[in-house]
Design a protein around this ligand. Structure first.
Ligand code: NAG
Length: 343
């Protein structure tokens, strides 16, 4: 890592501190509005698993032991069928793929994982355990552990980033690549530096670099951050598909020990151990991006920039879908995926 990298990280961290002031103010205001509720909310227990997480219609739960972590996954569909691997984003878990587990199990062995640090998967400590190296390493070990040599790889948000990186590193293990609402990793940083709107939208990434305060903000007001992110009116589109029961499932998932810090560590690792030029390789496999347009975190102009790194690229926009596209507009997303797979 060069001097330039340390300088960039220092700038990002300073912005993180600046945003922290605003978050502290926000937390203080909600504290004085109702100090007792504010405090008791931090101690709210969620010990009972919401029934929707055990819905047999979504598949069966299992674990796989990899080199340094145990991953939890939900699988549906015949083991003789080809593998479709679903990788969720932040702040989510396997349950984000409930509509795809049901849909594609007719033709695929569909496996939705909890990425390391999430849900019922192992949660190794420290930032370095969440580097791209580790995240793609899990997928590399997982595919043979499930009895396959390749898969249709589908990733959303952070899972999309992992999928992009994996396809660059291990193309022989990817049949087709499908990425939902995640820009190509080689395009994001330089675009963000040049585009003020994207820079502003990325404030939370900088805020997450600060220790412990992001965790507190995430937990506060009974996971208000999570609730606003997933079902708030962000980007001008409100999902009506995600129900109160689904929301409770998310809160349950983020209630266990380390369930917030480790997902945040993905962002911390990304800024501390950034991409090297040598990691960027052309992806020759057929690739599709599906993009929900009014994304509160990512500009639409990022999407076509991927074309430079992916010769065989299909892009599908869904104009009225939020960032949480596979839950928001499952019918449209599934239709695009079928078309792409049957091509
Ligand atoms: C990675 O996680 C393991 C298991 O929790 C831990 O023993 C190890 O120290 C961690 N590595 C770093 C660099 O934090």
């Amino acid at each position: 890592m060069g001097l330039m990298h340390y300088f960039q990280f220092a700038v990002v961290f300073l912005f993180g501190l600046w945003y922290s002031l605003w978050v502290i103010l926000h937390l203080f205001l909600s504290f004085i509005k109702g100090p007792i509720t504010f405090v008791t909310n931090f101690f709210k227990k969620r010990d009972v698993m919401p029934p929707c997480l055990n819905d047999p219609d979504l598949g069966s739960h299992d674990f796989v032991h990899l080199e340094d972590v145990r991953l939890h996954y939900v699988a549906k569909g015949d083991e003789k069928k080809p593998l479709m691997l679903l990788v969720h984003g932040f702040p989510e878990f396997w349950y984000s793929w409930r509509y795809q587990l049901r849909e594609f199990s007719s033709e695929y062995r569909v496996v939705a994982i909890d990425q390391r640090g999430y849900g019922d998967s192992g949660k190794p400590s420290g930032v370095k355990n969440y580097s791209t190296e580790k995240l793609t390493g899990d997928i590399k070990q997982l595919i043979p552990a499930l009895g396959y040599s390749r898969c249709v790889l589908v990733g959303h948000d952070w899972g999309g980033a992992v999928a992009w990186h994996f396809a660059m590193r291990h193309p022989e293990m990817v049949e087709k690549l499908i990425v939902l609402n995640c820009p190509h990793p080689a395009t994001f940083a330089s675009y963000m530096r040049k585009n003020r709107e994207q820079f502003k939208k990325s404030w939370y990434m900088m805020f997450f670099q600060v220790p412990i305060l992001p965790e507190i903000a995430f937990w506060s007001n009974d996971f208000q951050f999570l609730e606003r992110a997933l079902i708030g009116k962000n980007g001008g589109v409100k999902s009506d598909k995600t129900t109160a029961a689904d929301m409770e499932a998310y809160k349950y998932c983020f209630s266990s020990k380390g369930a917030v810090t480790n997902p945040l560590n993905y962002y911390r690792a990304a800024f501390r151990y950034p991409l090297a030029k040598k990691d960027i390789r052309l992806i020759e496999k057929p690739t599709m991006i599906i993009w929900g347009c009014p994304d509160m975190a990512l500009n639409k102009e990022l999407v076509p920039l991927a074309g430079k790194f992916v010769p065989d690229l299909t892009i599908q926009y869904i104009e009225d879908a939020s960032h949480w596209i596979q839950q928001d507009k499952p019918n449209e997303v599934n239709k695009f995926i079928w078309e792409f797979l049957n091509k």
